[in-house]
Design a binder for this molecule. Structure first.
Ligand SMILES: Cc1cc2nc3c(=O)[nH]c(=O)nc-3n(C[C@H](O)[C@H](O)[C@H](O)COP(=O)(O)OP(=O)(O)OC[C@H]3O[C@@H](n4cnc5c(N)ncnc54)[C@H](O)[C@@H]3O)c2cc1C
Length: 510
């Protein structure tokens, strides 16, 4: 084996989870690993260059983890979910196609990965094989000023993209908290949502076209012909949310907007979370769609010194439109008896909204911490909130169970729950605490007819719940599509809970 054996360095190195201790890492998933033949590594080196191929222990261990919070505790004790067999970092779509063609011929699994900011274990190469690092596809190709379309490669990081667009006078309007550690392709693969989604939409609303490399290395260009089409089913959306299990996205066309020159914000206090949800529902019903509509429950509002729920609203864009939006918000909020609060609440949120450091501190304190984002209709959201918080609080060791409404639509919204538990240092004990908490949240979601994920995706840590969440018929359709597009099952084994020839029957982490 002659591939590069020095640890991988820049530029694929933004991943900001806790550093692994020195020395080899242990594998915690303990799934049998598919061997990567030397002949495949040699072929990858010949086609992509030795710098693009890594087999050293540290690179393979790093590629074996993502931002799934439970695994932070594992990392602090020297364990990763698994090791990749080899890490490959092509720098263009042709390189991606080569990797997939060679892997397909050798029947070796390939797990696409980019920022590895996913929190569901979706980028973990569960069965080993090739970790396909897509951050080398980092070119911003074109912006069409007339049609307001951006053409960008999949591995471009969010903050790099937004900064570039601003210099040209545009914004994508996609602001996930993880903007500095996540990529365009990761957003598309997970159906990401930014904090400003009520104006700009989720990533699935922005995408117009994709280039996708299939499992056998062949290429499809999907979408692109017009803003909306009636040319059969929407194949672009088939790959949006496919979590690397149906194909590898190499570039995308996204709708952009003129950079906003004007913005306004406001904060309101309400006696209860339910009262706040009702204000949001009425705002959307009046046709107003301000960029940020965020409601903190009383526990999350404590940091703002308010003894109730706090609603943050922000809009940006054309002054006439923004003023109209904020007039509707103020009208609905005052009609509901909301108290207008100081601007410092919104300024404080703006100052911290892309800070990703809190999680590591909580894990280092010994807690089991995670977040879960569920989507439901306005009819069920108040009940969903109470069910989840109650279920989380009833489990032993509960320190906190809170929520905010992070995204809103005409027919419902996303509730983003955070939980924290005291836990022994023992990793098996931590895993049990996490599993119980997640099971309680998933049960509440499915019992209320809500979606088990709004924007984090399924990965491997929710995969056991997907068949029930989708329903038998829809899940069978997904399995059939997987089989048609990836007959040898090489793409991202374990993702989306799909059956895999590389995993024991019915394997799931949960
Ligand atoms: C602190 C923190 C805050 C977060 N806040 C938000 C938020 O506000 N909104 C939000 O939506 N998410 C958020 N996330 C989750 C995460 O950032 C998103 O899921 C993001 O879309 C992942 O992008 P990535 O480039 O890191 O993908 P990765 O984690 O590398 O991969 C995620 C999944 O996508 C697949 N994949 C990646 N690239 C491709 C590709 N080019 N083609 C095919 N499959 C691919 C992988 O196989 C994997 O299944 C947050 C995460 C953290 C840690």
């Amino acid at each position: 084996m002659s591939a590069t054996d020095e640890p991988a360095a820049e530029p694929g190195a933004r991943f900001a989870a806790p550093a692994l201790p020195d020395g080899p890492a242990a594998d915690r998933l303990r799934v049998a690993q598919v061997p990567v033949p030397d002949s495949l590594i040699t072929a990858l080196e010949i086609d992509l260059g030795t710098d693009a191929v890594r087999v050293d222990e540290r690179s393979r261990a790093e590629a074996g983890r993502d931002w799934w919070p439970l695994t932070f505790a594992w990392a602090l004790q020297g364990a990763v979910p698994t090791h990749a067999g080899v890490v490959v970092r092509p720098d263009d779509a042709a390189g991606v196609a080569t990797v997939l063609r060679l892997a397909s011929e050798a029947r070796v699994p390939v797990t696409p990965a980019a920022g590895r900011s996913g929190v569901c274990g979706g980028a973990i190469p569960v069965a080993g094989g090739i970790a396909l690092d897509l951050t080398g596809l980092d070119r911003i190709l074109d912006v069409d000023d007339i049609s307001l379309r951006l053409h960008v490669e999949a591995g471009v990081y969010g903050d790099t993209l937004e900064a570039d667009l601003r210099t040209r006078g545009y914004t994508l309007g996609h602001w996930p908290q993880s903007i500095a550690i996540s990529t365009v392709g990761g957003w598309l693969a997970c159906r990401s949502a930014g904090q400003y989604s009520t104006r700009y939409g989720k990533i699935e609303d922005m995408v117009r076209a994709l280039t996708v490399v299939h499992a056998d290395g062949s290429v499809a260009h999907v979408g692109g012909a017009g803003p909306r089409t009636a040319t059969g089913p929407d194949l672009t959306q088939l790959f949006v949310g496919s979590e690397g299990a149906l194909g590898v996205i190499t570039d995308a066309v996204l709708a952009v907007h003129p950079a906003p020159a004007y913005g306004r914000f406001a904060a309101y206090g309400l006696p209860t979370f339910a009262a706040g949800l009702d204000v949001i529902r009425r705002v959307l019903r009046r046709g107003a769609t301000p960029a940020v509509v965020r409601l903190l429950d009383p526990l999350e509002a404590i940091r703002h010194d308010y003894p109730g729920a706090v609603l943050i609203v922000l809009d940006e864009g054309d002054p006439v439109v923004v003023d109209a939006m904020m007039t509707v918000v103020d009208d609905v909020a005052s009609g509901a008896g909301a108290q207008r609060l100081g601007d410092e609440i919104v300024q404080s949120w703006l100052g911290h909204r892309n800070d990703v450091s809190a999680l590591e501190a909580a894990v280092r304190a010994g807690w089991v911490v995670d977040t879960v984002e569920l989507a439901g209709t306005w009819t069920v959201l108040p009940d969903l909130y109470h069910r989840v918080v109650r279920a989380l609080e009833m489990l032993p060791g509960s320190i906190a169970a809170s929520a905010h409404c992070s995204h809103a639509y005409i027919d419902g919204g996303c509730l983003y729950f955070t939980f924290a538990y005291e836990s022994p240092a023992n990793l098996d004990a931590k895993d049990r605490v996490w599993r119980a908490a997640f099971a309680a949240v998933m049960r509440a979601a499915m019992d209320t007819g809500s979606a088990i994920s709004h924007h984090h995706g399924v990965g491997i840590n929710r995969s056991a719940y997907l068949p029930e969440a989708l329903g038998a018929g829809a899940y069978a359709d997904l399995v059939a599509i997987k089989h048609a597009l990836d007959p040898n099952g090489i793409l991202n084994p374990g993702a989306l809970g799909l059956p895999s020839p590389f995993l024991p029957d019915g394997w799931s982490w949960a």
